[in-house]
Design a protein around this ligand. Structure first.
Ligand code: PMP
Length: 363
């Protein structure tokens, strides 16, 4: 019996392909290198047990501590359910469905399009140049009706920073017309590159942050939107009444204590050493064509026969992220930096594969 429920749904939702998150893609591995998570759990204990009461909408201690960490005022910080919620709140507050548009530059993070589609807002794409920097003239041509431009820096999945002079030009181009949202989900791995210092010059700059990466708290679901007070006040109109549960706020505050930040910074320097070793080791593997530099906790590499590489590693319980379908990324796989041992397992598995030229002959 066919139910008519599907027909009741909004047409854009019926047409929607949901975001293929690493968790949804599944797999049965024991080396998870497909979601850019920190490889080890940091222990926490709950200190708040009063779950009969609703939580604060914007828990003051979390806001205070993040503002201090980012060098901003408390009215420039909004805490939400991961940076993903920040992406969506911006569209909900600034884009009229059927009228306004958002713009972003593939290859990049997949949630900008999914959030726009879910809300019924048009999205436009301007592919990055071959060096993965912004194609500013092409962006300028597409800006009509655009209210939000997402720039991911460092970019997922390519790992590079977007040239700050280009972001400045984009900010000049969009002044009074659109928001420029710098997605800094991975900025704690290269904090010197943050644009937070620019907020006083640009009322339309917004920055997204998260505790999911360097802070090792992807399971917590806690992120931040940083902007001038006027933007934050508008986002506060559309945010859920209680976006963070009491345990989330409790753990986030601990992670943002002086001790929590020191632990995170130690993890970042260890991870960078592991990343640099993995990059050097990958460059020694015959099946690897190219390894791209990275400012983040993942590395993108191009393989001659990436689907065989992906499957061989999958069969050995090592789960990577296939980026073949993104524009300009044919043959590319993204590898999250795991522990030293996990990275060594990747390299041993790759060493068993034929070298690039043998693969090419087979293809
Ligand atoms: N932006 C980018 C570039 C990301 O890679 C991710 C997570 N994969 C997010 C935002 C969302 O992060 P969160 O876990 O805070 O929702």
């Amino acid at each position: 019996m066919s139910s008519k429920i599907e027909e009741l749904a909004r047409s854009n939702v019926r047409a929607l392909t949901p975001y293929q998150s690493a968790r949804r893609l599944g797999g049965t591995g024991d080396v998870w290198l497909n979601a850019n998570e920190y490889p080890l759990a940091v222990p926490f204990e709950l200190s708040q047990q009063t779950l009969n009461r609703y939580p604060e909408c914007q828990p003051a201690l979390v806001i205070e501590r993040y503002a201090a960490y980012a060098g901003l005022d408390t009215d420039q910080v909004l805490v939400c359910r991961g940076a993903d919620e920040g992406i969506e709140l911006l569209i909900r507050a600034f884009c009229e469905p059927g009228k306004d548009a958002v713009l972003f530059c593939p290859p990049t993070y997949g949630m900008y399009s999914v959030s726009a589609e879910t809300i019924g807002v048009e999205y436009r794409t301007v592919e990055a140049r071959e060096d993965w920097q912004l194609n500013l003239p092409a962006i300028a041509d597409q800006l009509d009706g655009v209210k939000v431009v997402y720039i991911c820096s460092p970019n997922n999945p390519t790992g590079n920073l977007v040239n700050p002079d280009d972001i400045r030009q984009l900010l000049e181009m969009t002044r009074g017309k659109a928001l420029v949202v710098a997605d800094e989900a991975y900025i704690d791995f290269c904090p010197q590159a943050s644009l937070t210092g620019w907020l006083k010059e640009y009322p339309h700059l917004v920055i997204l942050r998260t505790l999911s990466k360097a802070f090792a708290l992807a399971g917590l679901r806690c992120g931040f939107t940083l902007a001038n007070a006027e933007v934050i006040a508008l986002l506060m109109k559309v945010i859920a009444p209680y976006p963070l549960s009491t345990p989330v706020a409790d753990i986030a505050a601990q992670a943002l204590s002086a001790e929590g930040i020191a632990v995170m910074q130690r993890h970042v320097s260890e991870l960078i050493a592991t990343r640099d070793k993995l990059i050097a080791d990958l460059r020694q593997c015959g099946c690897v064509e190219q390894v791209f530099p990275s400012e983040t906790n993942y590395v993108l590499a191009r393989f001659t026969a990436s689907s065989q590489v992906f499957k061989t590693l999958w069969d050995r319980g090592i789960i990577l992220r296939d980026q073949n379908k993104q524009p300009g990324l044919s043959g590319c796989l993204r590898i999250t930096i795991g522990t030293r041992e996990e990275c060594d397992r990747v390299i041993s598995a790759l060493k068993t594969l034929p070298v690039a030229s043998d693969f090419r002959e087979q293809a």
